[in-house]
Write a protein that binds this ligand. Structure first.
Ligand code: EPU
Length: 335
């Protein structure tokens, strides 16, 4: 294990904002977790993988654990499926590319999502009509406070929209070391119904895991900022879920509001649309800005402080609340 003192997390987060941690522990193998100092407790530690879902508004007075455990192993294979055990420090998109290259289907719609494989179950990453929970068999790791190891089955992960038990009940308590994914080798269930994806295939292009990955890469590049150019954390807000009653009322006032019914009582709407309609798209406050092509994404225009991004987010939340009576919730973890 590599231990670094007073470490600047700027390069470990995609927002690229200065924030120091007292200590950074780089976990390079499972055994490193067995030799952790005793002071690891969830209120004084956090687990930072690719750092694509964190906004630091101040220094962190504790210990940051960073997984660097690597490896992809086949654990089962039939004519139809393959099960792969992937170590948590693998780069997620490298794993997607590996699957597509081998014609393993199931995660191609989740192309170009920044971060590590270990974060995929925590967030239950989802995009373009797919969620990673549909491919996860199990999640293995260790509880930091007790040193107990556990393998969670898919059902035990308690997955729902952009969250899981690891982001809720066991937030920063369970260190994921390995995730097992089951992927298809043939008869892939390829998902292209999402608006921009179906448009891409309108002209009759062949639909394969490879072409879907190409479609997604193109769509994302046209809408989302490149973190190399502008620090950002992808969607800053979750898409809010509102009551069917409220949705009907809003639809009368705004006939083009995007509405995705979840069940009889609940409807999801698009945070990006609400922020856009509230006039925030492309607007800046100091060095923090709302991306000009996707209002759901807040960006660091250069030397933004975490507090500036936070203040911009707060102004947006207040404004959307006032205009639509909807409370936006950040998707990003704010420290
Ligand atoms: N919209 C606007 N203006 C905007 C942005 C969006 O009017 O500035 C409208 C769009 O026209 C569309 C609706 O809002 O009708 C939904 O927008 P979009 O299809 O761009 O996707 P989203 O629901 O806003 C979610 C994920 C994204 C993911 C896309 C594609 C969340 C919070 N975000 O965005 O995830 O890439 O779907 O599946 O669920 C991420 O997590 O970092 C991320 C980018």
């Amino acid at each position: 294990m590599n231990i670094l003192k007073k470490f600047n997390l700027k390069d470990l987060t995609t927002f690229g904002i200065d924030a120091f941690t007292k200590q950074l522990l780089i976990i390079e193998k499972d055994e490193d977790l067995e030799t952790l100092p005793e002071f690891i407790s969830s209120d004084k530690s956090l687990i930072l993988g690719g750092g694509s879902n964190y906004l630091f508004t101040k220094d962190f007075d504790g210990v940051v654990l960073h997984p660097e455990i690597k490896g992809i192993k086949v654990i089962e294979e039939t004519d139809e499926h393959i099960t792969l055990a992937v170590k948590s420090g693998e780069i997620w998109d490298d794993f997607v590319e590996y699957c597509v290259r081998n014609n393993y289907g199931g995660i191609e719609n989740l192309s170009d999502i920044p971060g590590q494989a270990g974060a995929s179950p925590i967030q239950n990453i989802g995009a373009y009509g797919c969620e990673v929970r549909d491919t996860i068999l199990s999640v293995h790791g260790m509880f930091l406070e007790t040193g107990k190891w556990k393998t969670f089955t898919n059902a035990e992960c308690d997955f729902s929209y952009l969250t899981s038990i690891f982001k809720a009940e066991f937030k920063n308590q369970f260190f994921v070391t390995e995730v097992a994914y089951q992927l298809s080798k043939k008869n892939h269930k390829l998902v292209t119904h999402y608006g921009s994806v179906s448009e891409y295939f309108q002209d009759g292009k062949e639909i394969t895991p490879r072409t879907i990955r190409e479609a997604i890469k193109q769509i994302r590049a046209s809408k989302l900022p490149d973190p190399e150019e502008y620090g950002n954390a992808g969607s800053f807000f979750k898409n809010p879920v509102i009551s069917t009653e409220k949705a009907e009322k809003l639809q009368k006032q705004h006939p083009d509001i995007p509405l995705y019914p979840q069940n009889e009582k609940q409807v999801k709407t698009a945070a990006g649309w609400l922020i856009d309609q509230a006039g925030w798209k492309g607007k800046s406050k100091g060095n923090a800005a709302v991306h000009s092509k996707q209002a759901l994404v807040l960006i660091n225009k250069g030397e933004a402080k975490g507090k500036e991004i936070f203040q911009l987010a707060y102004s947006i939340i207040e404004d959307v609340q006032q205009k639509f009576d909807i409370q936006l919730e950040p998707e990003v973890n704010i420290i």
